[in-house]
Design a protein around this ligand. Structure first.
Ligand SMILES: [Zn+2]
Length: 290
């Protein structure tokens, strides 16, 4: 039995991630890891579609149904409501997955699918098809992304003023940006700044600076991400229902991993491993043109 009746979870049981954006703890952790991988591998910060597009309370489902008609799920049955077909299920609508390969939709999709699977999200499970809609069928278990795939030697040294949990709002005449966990993300609307608050008592500091310095920070952040595509290790992929062949997923491509030393080295350095059905590996490889 699902933990909550659809759309009836108290918001206080969920993690607040932004205006109208709440997720259960396990899904919030997967979402954070998905975003981290998106930035680390492709320089793309995936964002949720604005609106109640994480957890969706029942009254909002009713409103969306009224506004969207046939396009919205019947209230009480949405996979955004924390139960779906008799199971726990959380969902997130990802606004910008196409940015993972801007001029190549099938490559963007392959990358998106692979990143989602690596962190435990299910794609393509509602009909009619919604590419942007991803699900988590284990939303209350916080995954241990223990072997986080960043190589120690390429990980930026933490700024002494800023530990991992310290968030900073950078403010200048060009606008505001949010700096957290080594990322710098511009706010695009004043409502986003107003909607950002610390609910867990974590420190948030506000730093005022000249526009020129703010610009240099954004430039440096972009350059660092562009210059360091190897910040994240490849993912080792085992085939389920296959012949024992091992693959690696790297830079959006699935390749054979033929050298066991390479595999052992990757795993020893903390590379993540995942198991995908053989037919899905085959279909990814087909999209790559192999
Ligand atoms: Zn959705």
């Amino acid at each position: 039995m699902p933990r909550y009746k659809n759309g009836e979870a108290p918001l206080s049981d969920l993690v607040y991630l932004g205006p109208d954006f709440y997720l259960p703890a396990g899904t919030a952790a997967r979402w954070a890891e998905l975003r981290r991988l998106g930035v680390g591998k492709y320089g793309v910060l995936l964002v949720v579609t604005p609106g109640w597009n994480g957890y969706r309370p029942l009254d909002v489902q009713v409103r969306y149904k009224r506004e969207l008609g046939i396009l919205a799920a019947v209230p009480g049955y949405s996979s955004h409501g924390l139960s779906y077909q008799g199971r726990d299920c959380a969902a997130v609508d990802v606004y910008n997955w196409r940015s993972l390969a801007p001029s190549n939709e099938s490559l963007a999709w392959a990358r998106f699918v692979a990143l989602c699977r690596a962190v435990g999200f299910t794609v393509d499970f509602v009909s009619p098809r919604e590419e942007w809609h991803i699900g988590d069928f284990d939303p209350f278990n916080v995954p241990a992304f223990a072997a986080i795939v960043i190589k120690p030697e390429t990980t930026a040294k933490p700024d002494p003023l800023e530990d991992e949990d310290m968030a900073t709002i950078i403010s200048s005449t060009i606008g505001q940006s949010f700096a957290i966990a080594g990322l710098v993300v511009p706010f695009t609307h004043p409502d986003e700044v107003r909607g950002t608050k610390s609910t867990a008592g974590l420190p948030v500091s506000i730093v005022e600076m000249p526009a020129a310095v703010h610009t240099r920070i954004l430039d440096a952040d972009a350059r660092r991400r562009a210059a360091d595509p190897a910040e994240v290790l490849p993912i080792v992929v085992y085939a389920e229902g296959g012949d024992g062949t091992v693959y690696i997923f790297d830079d959006g491509e699935v390749r054979y991993l033929t050298d066991p030393d390479v595999m052992n080295d990757l795993l020893a350095r903390g590379a993540m491993s995942v198991t995908w059905p053989q037919h899905e590996i085959d279909s990814l490889r087909k999209q790559q043109g192999e």
